[in-house]
Design a protein around this ligand. Structure first.
Ligand SMILES: [Zn+2]
Ligand SMILES: [Zn+2]
Length: 303
C-alpha cells in the first residue's frame, strides 16, 4: 500500500512567522514510506500545511522505536517545509475497549508505542478510534478510557490523544457526542487535559449528524456537549454511503452523499480556521494528483 516518493520535489517554500499570510491548516494523510522524515516533503508536494501520518505499518503489531537519529531527521524535514501541525493515526488493530484481556493488553502496548513514537517525533497528537465494546457498552467505555489513561501515564509528555467520532458500525464506541464526552470524563483527571477530539465529516454523517441539512445544529450540539475548545482536528471526507448509514466509506470531497456544501461551510467558518483539517480521501493511482486536486478544490471554496 505504501508507495515510494514521487519524483516531484517540492520547492522549499519556507513560511516565515512574520509577514506571511497565516497558513490555512489544510492537508492530508501522507505516506511515511522511507521513514517519517519523508512525510513533510510529501505534504509540501500536495500543498498541505498540516499532515497526518502513520508512525508504523498500521495493520501489523510490530512496534518500531523512533531513534534519536530518526527524530532529528524528521524535525529537520518538518522545519524545511511549511507544515504547521502533524498528527498520527493509530493502528487499525488496536481495540482498547476489548473484553478479551489478551487483546486489550496487546492493544494497550501498541497504543502506548504509538504515543511514545509520536512524542519522540514531536507530533501534536495521536488520533484514535474508540474501540469495539463487543459485550457491554458501558463496560467497554470504562475499558477504553482506562486504557487511554494508562497509556498516557506511561508516556508523559506533550503529545495528546484525539478521540475520533466513529460511524458507529457494529459495536464501535464513540458514535455520539455524548459518548465521546463520557469517554473523556472517564479518563483519569491527571491526564485528562491531554485528551481532545477529532471530528470526521464522513463519520459524523454516517453516525446520524446531518451536516447537509442541519449544519448549524450539529455544531451547536457539539458546542453544548463537548465544546469547540476540545475540537483538536477535523477529517474532511465525503461519504460513499447515505446519511445515517453507520458505515465508514470515504469518498472524494464533493463526490459523495455529503456533496460540496458542508465543506464550503466548514472552510468559511471562522470557528474552524485554526483547526487542522485533514483529508483521508482515496488517493487514486499516485499519491499526489487527487490530494492536490482536493486541496485546491477546498481552498477554492473560501469566499
Ligand atoms: Zn477519520
Ligand atoms: Zn473513516
Amino acid at each position: 500500500m505504501e508507495r515510494t516518493p514521487s519524483a516531484t520535489r517540492p520547492r522549499q517554500r519556507k513560511t516565515s512567522a512574520k509577514g506571511a499570510a497565516s497558513p490555512d491548516q489544510l492537508g492530508a494523510h501522507v505516506s511515511t514510506a522511507g521513514g517519517p522524515a519523508t512525510a513533510p516533503a510529501r505534504g509540501a508536494a500536495i500543498g498541505a500545511t498540516v499532515i497526518q501520518i502513520f508512525t508504523k505499518t498500521p495493520n501489523m503489531w510490530r512496534e518500531p522505536v523512533v531513534t534519536p537519529e530518526v527524530a532529528t531527521a524528521f524535525l529537520r524535514a518538518r522545519d524545511a517545509h511549511p507544515v504547521q501541525a502533524v498528527v498520527s493515526h493509530d493502528s487499525y488493530l488496536i481495540n482498547l475497549a476489548s473484553p478479551d484481556p489478551a487483546l486489550r493488553a496487546r492493544s494497550l502496548d501498541a497504543f502506548a508505542g504509538e504515543l511514545r513514537r509520536s512524542e519522540a517525533l514531536g507530533l501534536d497528537a495521536v488520533v484514535s478510534h474508540p474501540g469495539n465494546y463487543i459485550d457491554d457498552r458501558d463496560a467497554g467505555l470504562e475499558r477504553n478510557a482506562g486504557a487511554v489513561t494508562q497509556a498516557l501515564r506511561e508516556v508523559p509528555g506533550k503529545v495528546k490523544v484525539y478521540l475520533e467520532i466513529t460511524a458507529g458500525s457494529g459495536t464501535a464506541l464513540g458514535r455520539s457526542f455524548e459518548e465521546l464526552r463520557t469517554l473523556r470524563d472517564l479518563v483519569g483527571e491527571d491526564v485528562r487535559p491531554r485528551v481532545a477530539f477529532c471530528a470526521d465529516t464522513c463519520h459524523l454523517y454516517s453516525a446520524g449528524y446531518d451536516l447537509v441539512q442541519d449544519f448549524d445544529r450539529v455544531w451547536a450540539n457539539w458546542e453544548s456537549v463537548i465544546g469547540l475548545e476540545l475540537l483538536g482536528c477535523l477529517h474532511l471526507n465525503d461519504s460513499k454511503t447515505p446519511f445515517a448509514s453507520r458505515r465508514d466509506r470515504h469518498e472524494l470531497v464533493g463526490e459523495g452523499s455529503l456533496g460540496l456544501d458542508p465543506f464550503r461551510r466548514l472552510m468559511n467558518d471562522r470557528r474552524f480556521a485554526a483547526i487542522p483539517k485533514i483529508l483521508e480521501t482515496p488517493k487514486g493511482d499516485d499519491e499526489v494528483t487527487n490530494d492536490r486536486r482536493m486541496l485546491s478544490l477546498l481552498r477554492g471554496l473560501v469566499s
